[in-house]
Design a protein around this ligand. Structure first.
Ligand code: ATP
Length: 459
């Protein structure tokens, strides 16, 4: 990849004029360049609209990237929705009445103060500037006055373009839960505490999209609004804090690289009484992976004030109604994906040659097993291999067929995409119905009888 292409791959503007440089790897094992390059080379992630020169801050997920995202989302749903008795999943529209964003404070307050470097004219987020030095040209103390920049994408709903038809693409999924809180209460009348959960796209017109999919303009969130009694928020917060760690472990995320940052009073959103940012040692440095916030009853109270409709919860024991308080764990799918890949990225030496492989756990691996006929042009081998492929596909769904190039090359390809097992069908297979199973991590090979193959892989 040429250096110009690389810049675009990391999410910056094509001409570099409004972009901050992608950070270099800081004390991490894999560089951002290596990660980007593997993702493109192996069909995980492509630059959005690449064939037309790209669109900064957007990304397209290829066959393996889509599958990895799906695995992360499925694991989240399993862990935080299916496993709970008091969780209700919803799927709200991305376009919402603009009053939602006026009441939530996004329309006026969803701004990041931005400055322009007077020397190179790069536009930068003020809170991203260290030592008063421009990260693009290096010039010091040459910044314009900070300006506000609303990060919501504005659009018009319907054929008439005027102020009344203005709407926004949602910048977070959270408001979809708050606006449906009353519907769910009326339909299901759950006990407190209970949660609303949602997975979906969010859009922010980030000033400087960068560091690959870490800061994009279109991304996906997985959020829960967990409604609790006002005096019980602390227990619930602690429960969630522990669950977040347990969930990250399920994804194979390296716990040594995860750090809790107790956000100090002055940096917290005004409505939050406590926030922990879970940070991760990304290839570009330590940065926010997800957030856990106690949002008080700020959002429901705002809705109540704006709509005149009561958001109070009526306790079943007849005691005084109240507006519940909220704990909000907020996960970004793309940042989790980057953390999963960073944790899995491994390099070792095999027979004097350097090998790159993704040490993904089985639940994350986009392909669970790959099947190879030893030779492509021997019909008896391919026929037998097809039988094995079909059998494994029924069991594992995500099975890849590869008969291209020599076996060593095929192993390397599968190692790089994190396939835990490969199965080779050779001439001995035709005689004794055994195949060779190779493990990605140890590269050890074992002969296994076809009828024991699925069980052997599972165990
Ligand atoms: P940052 O300070 O990095 O901009 P934030 O504090 O604004 O993040 P939140 O509003 O708390 O982020 O959003 C919740 C989660 O959504 C984040 O922890 C992150 O995982 C994800 N997220 C937010 N913005 C982006 C983005 N531009 N690209 C990818 N993921 C994002």
């Amino acid at each position: 990849v040429s250096s110009g292409d690389e810049k675009q791959l990391m999410g910056q503007e094509a001409d570099g004029s409004q972009a901050e440089p992608a950070s270099r790897s800081v004390g991490a094992d894999v560089s951002l360049e290596d990660l980007v390059s593997l993702c493109k080379r192996r069909g995980f992630i492509y630059q959005g609209s690449e064939i037309y020169g790209g669109l900064a801050g957007t990304w397209d997920y290829g066959p393996l990237g889509s599958q990895l995202k799906r695995n992360i989302i499925n694991e989240w749903l399993k862990f935080f929705v299916d496993g709970w008795d008091d969780m209700y999943q919803i799927d709200a529209a991305i376009l919402m009445n603009k009053k939602v964003w006026e009441a939530s404070g996004h329309a006026s307050g969803f701004n990041d103060p931005m400055v322009e470097c007077n020397n190179c004219h790069a536009r930068l987020r003020q809170d991203h500037i260290e030592n008063n030095k421009c990260p693009v040209c290096g010039k010091e103390n040459e910044f314009s006055e900070p300006r506000q920049f609303n990060m919501m994408f504005k659009t018009n709903v319907g054929p008439v373009e005027d102020e009344n038809s203005v709407s926004y693409l949602r910048p977070e999924t959270a408001q979809g839960m708050f606006t449906n809180y009353k519907n769910v209460i009326d339909n299901f009348y759950p006990d407190l505490p209970f949660g609303l959960a949602q997975v979906g796209k969010a859009f922010r017109n980030e000033i400087s999209p960068r560091d690959f999919v870490f800061r994009a303009r279109e991304f996906e969130q997985m959020e829960v609004e967990y409604f609790v009694e006002p005096n019980k928020w602390e227990d619930s917060f602690e429960h969630w804090r522990k669950d977040v760690h347990a969930f990250l472990e399920k994804l194979g995320i390296d716990k040594e690289k995860v750090h809790e940052l107790e956000v100090p009073d002055e940096d917290r959103a005004h409505y939050s009484k406590r926030t922990i940012d879970f940070e991760f040692d990304f290839p570009h440095g330590k940065a926010e992976l997800l957030g856990l916030a106690y949002r008080t009853n700020f959002d429901l109270t705002n809705i109540q004030n704006a709509t005149g409709k009561s958001m109070e919860y009526r306790p079943k024991d007849g005691s005084t109604p109240f507006v519940p308080h909220v704990i909000e764990p907020s996960f970004g799918v793309e940042r989790l994906l980057m953390a999963v890949l960073t944790s899995a990225y491994s390099v070792d030496e095999q027979n004097g040659e350097q090998r790159t492989y993704l040490k993904l756990p089985l639940n994350m691996a986009p392909v669970k097993v790959a099947v190879f006929p030893l030779l492509k042009n021997k019909p008896e081998l391919t026929e037998k291999a097809k039988e094995v492929y079909k059998m494994l596909k029924e069991e594992f769904n995500f099975v890849m067929w590869d008969d291209n190039g020599n076996i060593g090359k095929r192993y390397r390809r599968q190692d790089e995409i994190g396939t835990p097992y490969t199965v080779t069908i050779d001439f001995q297979s035709l005689e004794d119905n055994t195949v060779t199973v190779r493990s990605r991590d140890t590269t050890e090979q074992q002969r296994v009888e076809v009828q024991n193959l699925s069980g052997s892989i599972r165990s």
